[in-house]
Design a binder for this molecule. Structure first.
Ligand code: AVI
Length: 321
């Protein structure tokens, strides 16, 4: 039932996206099992600095972060990670919270059951006594079911510059909803990829080994497989450009020739001109003023922002007003 609903939504979004001008497919459809595997490979690419920078920040600043969140001596910390995947990014933070003798629970929320069970294995191996649960649920539904109050603090992690894949107004709505779901005084640690030179940005989204190209092209393969499309993937190429106006890296699939694509489940033929593009993703980049603005607009106070040694990435610690 759930799968039928999801594939119905995929069909409806592809239908609307390919009829719109310019053509587009929402980036959330990247993450089928092949796409999730490819994304994991992207995070390990030398060009994709985001993951390495964020790991460095959390490793170097966990004592300071835990110092700040334990200042009013809460009895316990309820750590909730949105879009956890199977990474060990929060482990230095968990180590510090436990070292500060605070009681801790850790909930990881993700759409991939495989990622959650891999993570569960690694969490319990490293922290055998930790109260851990993985939830495959919608973010705010999960947050509302696990959040706690009284003398405890909730600390939400929203890492990886996942916020960057939202449109500007969506990111404010999302953060506003986050703040309303938390108790005043609760914390959010959020990762932002910072604005930087194109010579660093472009290769991060168009790497030499072609993994990001595969990740993008996988969307067409998914349409072929799930919706009976007849895309010839050799007739499209991957392109990544930085849009100065929106402050985002934008990914496209570009048609190499005039072509008609038939999608059986939509009973539609879609025509492409040579050079016509499908927009597949925007990854927004931020400066410190953008971060101030987002926090203010969504009712959070910035306590401190932490940068890596190259100043490529920021993890910003916010408190709900
Ligand atoms: C998940 N998200 C933050 C990644 C990004 O950088 O926008 C997805 C990605 N797309 C291409 N490479 C990585």
């Amino acid at each position: 039932m759930q799968n039928d609903k999801l594939s119905g939504q995929f069909a409806a979004d592809v239908d609307a996206g390919l009829k719109s001008s310019p053509k587009k497919i929402p980036s959330r459809y990247f993450y089928d099992s092949t796409g999730s595997q490819l994304f994991k490979q992207i995070t390990q690419l030398p060009e994709y600095y985001l993951t390495k920078c964020e790991e460095e920040i959390i490793l170097d600043n966990s004592p300071r972060i835990v110092g700040i969140i334990s200042v009013n001596f809460p009895e316990s910390i309820n750590l909730i990670e949105f879009g956890a995947g199977d990474t060990e990014k929060p482990f230095p933070l968990i180590t510090q919270i436990l070292a500060a003798q605070l009681s801790l629970t850790y909930t990881a929320i993700d759409i991939s059951d495989t990622a959650l069970s891999d993570l569960s294995f690694r969490v319990l191996e490293k922290f055998p006594d930790l109260k851990f649960q993985g939830l495959n649920q919608e973010y705010f539904e999960a947050l509302n079911s696990v959040k706690i109050g009284n003398n405890s603090r909730n600390l939400v992690l929203f890492l990886g510059s996942n916020i960057g894949n939202f449109k500007h107004n969506q990111s404010i709505d999302f953060l506003d909803q986050m703040r309303k779901s938390l108790n005043p005084g609760d914390y959010l640690l959020i990762g932002f990829d910072l604005k930087k030179d194109n010579s660093i940005l472009i290769p991060a989204y168009d790497d030499a080994s072609g993994i990001t190209r595969e990740f993008n092209i996988n969307l067409l393969k998914r349409i072929n497989r799930d919706l009976g499309g007849n895309f010839n993937i050799n007739n499209f190429y991957h392109s990544a450009i930085y849009n100065d106006t929106s402050g985002a890296m934008e990914s496209y699939l570009i048609s190499k020739c005039v072509q008609n694509i038939y999608i059986e489940k939509l009973n539609q033929t879609c025509t492409f001109l040579a050079g016509e593009r499908i927009h597949t993703e925007s990854s927004h980049k931020y400066d410190l003023n953008d971060i101030d603005y987002l926090a203010e607009a969504s009712g959070f106070k910035i306590l401190e922002s932490f940068l890596d040694s190259r100043k490529y990435f920021a993890c910003s610690l916010w408190q709900a007003k």
